[in-house]
Every structure is written in structure tokens, then in C-alpha cells.
Design a binder for this molecule. Structure first.
Ligand code: GCU
Ligand code: CA
Length: 172
């Protein structure tokens, strides 16, 4: 069915110009949603390392394995219809006991550091990271997860999830 939502913005007790009429056609729904970006899907941009599939238990076609050095990173590109807060979470495996923590930068600016990717016991044991909140700008955002630990880089990363108002993986 068709519906209009009319707002008497100028307070003259009638709906006419210059009031606001939102029709079913121009109403933009921005539901709170979660998207999951696999290494072979729109939104995955780059791994400073390799896409591997030798350690079982991953989803999709594999996982992103950074080089084992501080500063090694993985990049995603996420579109946001409005500027605001979005939550990020990763599925990862870390077969060593060192916490391979990471820093999240958005469009080149560091926003969250010390994101924990602690040991999962084996390279085939996959766990979820904590969720971290970042601010995205309206439009396209380059999200980079950067390994902080010298001689280690990041844990193996299976996917990233983004939760907020209608985020989208952006391919290009
Ligand atoms: C092992 C494992 C890799 C992992 C690497 C590391 O080689 O198979 O998937 O990335 O250790 O220490 O980072
Ligand atoms: Ca590695």
C-alpha cells in the first residue's frame, strides 16, 4: 500500500508548501544492520600478506594472513549512508600465545588502539574479537586494521562484521 508522512513544519496547522511530505517513494529506510565481509567479497580491499586456506575452520574461501611484522595491515572499504557510530568485529585465529593486538584507522586517522587478538590455542581455532566502535563519515570509508606487535603482525583474520545504519561493502 501507499502512505505519506506529512509534517506541519511551519506550524500553520495545515500541510502545504513549505511543509515536508515524505512519500513511500522518497522515504529512505536506514535499518540497523550487520554486514559480514569475507576476503573474496565487496568491501575487502587488501592484505599486507596473503589470502590463505591452509588452516581449517575458516568461512568463505580463506582468511587474510598478514606478514609477521608490526605495521602489517588489512584494509576494507565500507560505505555509510550517514556519518555516525559503527561497530566492528573480527573472526580470527591466533595459534601463538602473544596477543597480536591491532590499531584501527579510518580514512587514515587512528581511532582505536589495543584491539585484542589474543591466542586461540591453535591456528584452526577461530574466535570473535571484542566489538569496537568507530566513527564513519558519510560515503566511503577506508578501514585499516594494523598489527601493533613487532615480529608478529596480526592474527589470521577470517572476516570483519560492521553493524550500524545500513553499512555496505564497497568494491572498486
Ligand atoms: C603459521 C600459520 C599461519 C600464520 C603464521 C603466523 O605459519 O600457518 O597461518 O599466519 O603461523 O605466525 O602468523
Ligand atoms: Ca601471519
Amino acid at each position: 500500500c501507499d502512505f505519506d508522512l506529512s509534517l506541519d513544519v511551519n506550524g500553520d496547522c495545515e500541510v502545504s508548501l513549505p511543509d515536508l511530505v515524505l512519500t513511500a517513494e522518497n522515504w529512505l529506510l536506514l535499518p540497523e544492520t550487520t554486514i559480514r565481509i569475507q576476503e573474496n567479497e565487496p568491501g575487502f580491499v587488501f592484505v599486507d600478506g596473503t589470502i590463505d586456506s591452509n588452516n581449517a575452520g575458516f568461512t568463505g574461501t580463506g582468511f587474510a594472513n598478514t606478514f609477521n611484522q608490526a605495521g602489517a595491515y588489512i584494509e576494507w572499504r565500507v560505505g555509510a549512508p550517514r556519518a555516525g557510530s559503527y561497530d566492528l568485529q573480527w573472526r580470527y585465529a591466533n595459534g601463538v600465545t602473544t596477543d597480536r593486538s591491532g590499531t584501527v584507522t579510518v580514512n587514515g586517522t587512528p581511532q582505536v588502539s589495543g584491539v585484542n587478538f589474543s591466542g586461540t590455542g591453535t591456528w584452526t581455532t577461530w574466535e570473535l574479537s571484542s566489538k569496537v566502535t568507530v566513527q564513519l563519515q558519510e560515503g566511503s570509508n577506508l578501514i585499516r586494521l594494523v598489527g601493533e606487535v613487532s615480529g608478529h603482525g596480526l592474527a589470521n583474520i577470517g572476516w570483519m562484521e560492521v553493524t550500524g545504519l545500513a553499512p555496505q561493502g564497497v568494491s572498486h
